[in-house]
Design a protein around this ligand. Structure first.
Ligand SMILES: [Zn+2]
Length: 78
């Protein structure tokens, strides 16, 4: 989904959060074996790095779930 995507429903339009302080996305990777998490990171690379270090320390923990949070805001339709 592009950040340019606009969703319309009834009298509301959903657009990417325009607040300048809002990150474009927050990334997290969770181990599917023990459910430990990288924690929130501003870059996917930071989360993937945590996963590689986690697998290095626990060789049976090789499955991960990626969680990406993107921020949106509803505006009244014009
Ligand atoms: Zn694990």
């Amino acid at each position: 989904m592009s950040t340019e995507t606009v969703h319309r429903h009834a009298d509301w339009v959903i657009r990417p959060e325009p607040a300048p302080e809002a990150p474009s996305a927050v990334y997290e990777v969770e181990c599917t074996t023990c459910l430990h998490s990288s924690g929130a990171a501003d870059s996917a690379e930071a989360a993937y790095g945590w996963a590689a270090r986690h697998a290095d320390g626990l060789p049976r923990h090789t499955g991960f779930r990626e969680i990406v949070h993107r921020f949106w805001r509803a505006f009244p339709a014009a």
